[in-house]
Design a protein around this ligand. Structure first.
Ligand SMILES: O=C(CO)[C@H](O)[C@H](O)COP(=O)(O)O
Length: 146
């Protein structure tokens, strides 16, 4: 994959996403990645990890967040509570691309129990490397915050 050491990525997961998070952390070794936990497969509560990742992206310190839980619903619902966060649940590579092109998503949410490791890696690469298209999508994205 293409790499850019200047891109900072915040990553987090609950117990269901722990193994995928570890895998993605290694996969993203050429980026500046901060791991917000969890750090084992012991059962935990996904908001305890989704909020810190979302805050890190919302602050502007991290360009992107990657969150992993079983279905991706919990981490996405949590992350989207943050005003500056647009968290997208993706289970196809095309959805990862569209989440960037049309929605300017800044947090990728991966359902570890429903996608393969290879697809998780592929979607992460796509998410990081796909630019927002702007244009007609600019105003729509601008209307999301309330
Ligand atoms: O997907 C999730 C939240 O959306 C969690 O990973 C899932 O709910 C965890 O379930 P369990 O406690 O049964 O392992």
């Amino acid at each position: 994959m293409s790499t850019d050491k200047k891109i900072k990525i915040a990553i987090g997961a609950d117990h269901a996403g722990f193994e995928y998070k570890e895998l993605l952390k290694s996969y993203l070794a050429d980026f500046e990645v901060k791991d917000f936990g969890t750090h084992s497969s012991q059962s935990v509560d996904y908001p305890d990890f989704a909020h810190p990742v979302a805050s890190a992206v919302e602050s502007g310190e991290y360009a992107f967040g990657v969150l992993v839980c079983g279905s991706a619903n919990g981490v996405a619902i949590t992350a989207n509570k943050h005003q500056q966060v647009r968290a997208a649940i993706c289970w196809l590579n095309e959805l990862a691309a569209l989440s960037r092109q049309h929605n300017n998503a800044n947090v990728l949410c991966i359902p570890a129990r429903f996608v393969s490791e290879d697809l998780a890696k592929e979607m992460t690469t796509t998410f990081i490397n796909t630019p927002f298209e702007g244009g007609r999508h600019e105003g729509r994205v601008g209307k999301i915050s309330c």
